[in-house]
Design a binder for this molecule. Sequence first.
Ligand SMILES: C[S@@+](CC[C@H](N)C(=O)[O-])C[C@H]1O[C@@H](n2cnc3c(N)ncnc32)[C@H](O)[C@@H]1O
Length: 247
Amino acid sequence: MVLFCVLDSPEGEFFDRHAESYHSARGGMSPFHEVTAGRIEEGLHGSVLSVGGLWNSARLSVPDYRLTVLDVSAEMLKRSAREGLELVQGDVRTTDFADGTFDHVVLPLVLHHVAGRNALTARRNVRGILVRVFRMLRPGGRVWISEFCVPRAVYAVEVALAPAVRWGLTLARIPLVVMHTSSFYESALGDAGFGEVCVEHVRPASELSRWIRPVIGLPWLRVPRWLYPVRPTLVTARRPFSSLRSG
Ligand SMILES: C[S@@+](CC[C@H](N)C(=O)[O-])C[C@H]1O[C@@H](n2cnc3c(N)ncnc32)[C@H](O)[C@@H]1O
């Protein structure tokens, strides 16, 4: 089943324009994507929601689960299409699923894109989404966050520079992106009510490129990895079977 609708979202409009180039690029992060996809897929069962499209390098071989894919961009959503998947176009900040619908919610490389105007709104948006995800999960259900995390010192610079970066990106019609630390995700998950928080810095099967392209939409911008040391990270957590969170 496919549910498409018209949304007024800068991220949706941006990814509509860049869907083709995003999916045709074989980025230097492929070795990491393959390991992460394997980790995620071996843990899934039952009813699964993937937010921000499917996870990169998804194999979905003999899936033991029913998969719904939510994406704010119609063009990106089309590229997640596989037989048997339910596709829903919507913004994770506003799209409602009934409480306790899913056994697993996967957030693959989406949380750094919900930044809004600055680092403060970026952090607030991630926290709000994790509270929503908590509600969508059944007790005992699991959330999977695949992200590029930065060390604290880099984060401090990123937070301070976010308004200037946003100004520059706006000129190129690119929404702000904020990469967070893994400790931010740990604390946001704890505050949302999750337990069993586990952070894994994913080790790729082969060497990663020494250069990274930090901004989708600016393919000519290459930065040495030592200068912007983003770390592929998989954070998982569980909604406890019994919880005091009420609303
Ligand atoms: C960097 S791409 C990641 C695509 C894919 N999940 C992957 O791992 O390669 C970010 C995705 O998140 C989607 N996205 C961005 N903001 C969103 C939002 N607020 N709600 C739902 N999806 C969003 C974009 O349309 C895009 O498909």
